[in-house]
Ligand binder design. Structure first.
Ligand SMILES: [Zn+2]
Length: 169
């Protein structure tokens, strides 16, 4: 997974331009045996994993886009695109959701459907709307949907909810 994150970090793509990232995600998902749909909301990707015969469903969502920031790191996987950088951690988010897909496909003990949603263009706020406008929730019904975002400064291994974020803590 570290290797995936570093590969994505090396090739950052701006919102709605996540062509290589989408292709990488789609090929990984297909490799786990998932049903894969691409081009949802322009560059969004959906992976579907079904187990058993249950009708319960859940959506798990990550974002894939990078920022127009010049990276000043010097490590080996530094951005190879001048003026573009995964400065918000979406390389990590994409990797985490791919990791979840891999693990659940291999060992997931559940009865129902998991939808893995890889969203474009989170930074300018248009990617989720684009996927929804493209029929994401009409074509695939999800009982619940969850997303998360990294929060630098929080101790490793801890989580906080949106309410606490709203209060700036
Ligand atoms: Zn972000």
């Amino acid at each position: 997974m570290t290797g995936w994150r570093q590969q994505i970090h090396r090739q950052p793509e701006f919102g709605f331009e996540e062509k290589e990232t989408s292709a990488f995600v789609a090929s990984k998902l297909a490799g786990y045996g998932l049903e894969v749909h691409t081009g949802i909301g322009r560059t969004g990707v959906l992976g579907i994993l079904k187990k058993g015969s249950g009708s319960a469903s859940i959506g798990l969502r990550a974002d894939m886009d990078a920022l127009k920031i010049k990276e000043q790191n010097r490590f080996a996987h530094v951005s190879q695109r001048d003026g573009l950088m995964h400065a918000c951690g979406h390389d990590g988010h994409t990797t985490m959701l791919l990791g979840a897909a891999s693990e659940l496909a291999r060992e997931g003990n559940f009865n129902g459907t998991v939808y893995f949603i890889f969203q474009p263009a989170e930074e300018h706020g248009l990617g989720a709307k684009a996927m929804i406008a493209d029929g994401l929730f009409e074509r695939w019904q999800m009982d619940e949907i969850y997303a998360m975002h990294n929060l630098p400064g929080l101790p490793a291994g801890s989580f906080c909810d949106e309410i606490r974020l709203d209060h700036g803590q």
